[in-house]
Design a protein around this ligand. Structure first.
Ligand code: AFP
Length: 335
């Protein structure tokens, strides 16, 4: 006997309703942006499309990770993700330099003759990859800067985060999610495997102003600077929840949607902090700020204003909902 279906009582979220009516793919979103913002050039759009293709290839490999691992000769997935991005981006005329967290040195692909707009693309191909062993979320983080042909490749890369023309991340979780900012808000896309395209599910995302949760590796607590310990005492006394995935993209994504604060302070093991300024902190700081949040390395030191002196530079990170970041900074400033 056929099962009777109960009428749908829950309302569909607005963003998903819009998708059902007329899906906007990442590709068409990029074209839309090109018509709205003259700074979005053809070559820039081709770079975003290379990132989208890479994300689909990496997502497919992540899905098979536990199966392929059974064959001993299998390459590590972070190496594969790195190669996919290098190859896909390398083929784009608009890319002058690629720099990967996995490589010691950036790769100069082509220079920019006068008048030509070319870009530097920096990425962390598979952040949080230790999570793969337990089928947890992992991600790709990217940052795009303008290339200055008059500077040496390294110097052309060493720009502060305020100079990023675009940044974002791809989360390979229960869905594959592409979060992008080109400096005009934050948009979110989800990979629809049935059509093989990223479709826009939310525009102009705003991080909640507050959210009673903190995300930090509390195992390191004893070696945190005193201000962080004061903050954690305060948060625990105020019934905050602790949520920590150990993959920054996954923690960041939860905070972007639900609010809260992410912390990676300096520790005894990592006196400058563990996270890389140019590959992790800057791009995620741009996303959170574009969504109305805040990102600091320390009181009075917004991450995006740090001037890097090395491509692999590390920084402490405090980012998330504005009210929660303010609370942390307040505790850091107390004597
Ligand atoms: P891996 O890519 O080596 O797994 O590092 C991930 C990461 O850079 C970032 O995604 C996490 O937030 C952070 O490190 C976790 O570090 P701890 O294990 O020290 O908490």
């Amino acid at each position: 006997m056929p099962r009777t279906t109960r009428p749908e009582t829950r309302s569909t979220p607005v963003a998903f309703r819009a998708y059902a009516d007329s899906p906007i793919t990442l590709q068409s979103h990029i074209l839309q942006q090109q018509s709205l913002h003259p700074r979005v050039t053809d070559s820039f759009s081709w770079i975003l499309s290379a990132l989208s293709i890479s994300a689909k290839v990496i997502a497919a490999r992540v899905r098979r990770a536990r199966l392929e691992e059974l064959h001993e000769s299998q390459q590590k997935l972070d190496v594969i993700a790195n190669e996919v991005l290098l190859r896909t981006l390398g083929g784009r005329e608009g890319v002058a330099i690629v720099a990967s967290e996995e490589n010691e040195e950036p790769i100069l692909l082509r220079t920019s003759p006068t008048g030509e707009h070319r870009y530097c693309v920096l990425f962390d191909p598979l952040d949080g990859c230790s999570n793969l062993d337990v089928c947890g979320g992992v991600g790709t983080i990217f940052s795009i800067l303008r290339h200055d042909p008059l500077l040496r490749p390294q110097d052309s890369l060493l720009q502060s985060g305020t100079q990023q023309v675009a940044a974002g991340y791809i989360l390979y979780g229960s869905s594959t999610v592409f979060v992008l900012t080109i400096g005009a808000g934050v948009d979110m896309f989800v990979l629809d495997p049935s059509i093989g395209a990223f479709v826009r599910v939310a525009e102009q995302l705003r991080v909640p102003d507050s959210g009673k949760s903190y995300s930090v590796n509390e195992g390191n607590r004893r070696s945190f600077p005193a201000g962080f310990q004061r903050y954690l005492d305060w948060a625990q006394a105020h019934a905050y929840s602790s949520r920590y995935v150990g993959a920054m993209v996954a923690d960041m994504h939860r905070i972007l949607l639900k609010g809260g604060v992410f912390l990676y302070p300096s520790t005894a093991k990592a006196p400058q902090g563990k996270l890389r300024l140019m590959y992790e902190a800057n791009p995620l700081a741009m996303v959170i700020e574009q969504a109305g949040g805040k990102a600091f390395a320390a009181p009075g030191e917004p991450i995006l204003q740090l001037v890097p002196n090395a491509i692999q530079q590390r920084t402490p990170v405090i980012l998330g909902s504005p009210a929660e970041v303010d609370q942390v900074l307040r505790h850091l400033q107390q004597r």
